[in-house]
Design a protein around this ligand. Structure first.
Ligand SMILES: [Zn+2]
Ligand SMILES: [Zn+2]
Length: 251
């Protein structure tokens, strides 16, 4: 169980990058070794670096073995950065989880993806409309938050993972979520002591929704954390996009 401190100051939020991929994720660049990631985190002045490699159903990845290996390697580094070895775990449908509960709880940081709809293994809603996806996402989150598995929700409300929709339809999946529904699920997250990721690529892509997400979260008093979803070293630094994100919440 790990949570970043509750703050609504963006300059504080960007001191922790809670979503990064090492070479244990097939989609990450070969430069994403633990050593390079730690050195880059030091360079950027990060206080916390969470390594969150993918853990999808049916992949050939042993999340727990990788966790132990990275923890072991971590012992060899002397760094002021708090390095958490976690995973981007999968809630791949309503009540469907890729890892046993014990593995989730053993990790330093259990961050949950629940909208990898682009993967074949992922449950799709019966109603394939934008509203259908919005309802499905809320139902997956509702079930997940009841389990106590998640420390964080990775890229919540991110239609970027719905390649079958055009840009207008992607935005419609967000507009289809009412303020009441959004407030309700954010509140459930906070009660479950689970943070909500500000996923910088999504946050910048859908500013209108990002503002609602931020304002409601702030009103309710949720824990927000930042994740750049870095697959290469250059993206490990949250600072280059911070001003644009601040402008969204200010506007
Ligand atoms: Zn993801
Ligand atoms: Zn990711």
């Amino acid at each position: 169980m790990f949570m970043t401190e509750k703050t609504f100051d963006f300059d504080e939020i960007i001191k922790n990058n809670m979503h990064t991929h090492s070479v244990f994720s097939k989609c990450a660049k070969p430069e994403m070794t633990l050593e390079n990631m730690i050195r880059k985190a030091e360079e950027c002045g990060l206080e916390t670096l969470a390594v969150t490699d993918h853990s999808d159903p049916g992949d050939d990845i042993d999340t727990y073995a990788n966790y132990l290996l990275l923890k072991q390697r971590l012992k060899g580094f002397d760094t002021p950065v708090r390095v958490l070895i976690g995973a981007e775990l999968s809630a791949y449908g309503i009540g469907k989880y890729a890892e046993p509960y014990e593995v989730d709880r053993a990790l330093d940081f259990a961050s949950y993806a629940h909208i990898h709809y682009h993967l074949d293994c992922w449950e799709q809603p019966e109603d394939r409309s934008p509203r259908g996806y919005a309802e499905h996402e809320l139902a997956v989150l509702d079930a997940l938050l009841k389990t106590g598995r998640a420390d964080n929700i990775a890229h919540p409300f991110s239609p970027c993972k719905m390649p079958f929709f055009n840009e207008a339809e992607k935005a419609a999946t967000l507009a289809a979520i009412t303020d009441n529904e959004l407030g309700d699920i954010l509140e459930k997250g906070e009660r479950a002591q689970c943070s909500w990721e500000i996923h910088s690529p999504t946050f910048l892509c859908f500013p209108e929704f990002s503002k609602r997400f931020w304002n409601l979260g702030r009103e309710i008093g949720v824990h927000f954390c930042l994740g750049t979803d870095a697959h290469r070293l250059a993206d490990l630094d949250p600072r280059p996009t911070a001003e644009r994100m601040k402008n969204i919440v200010k506007s």
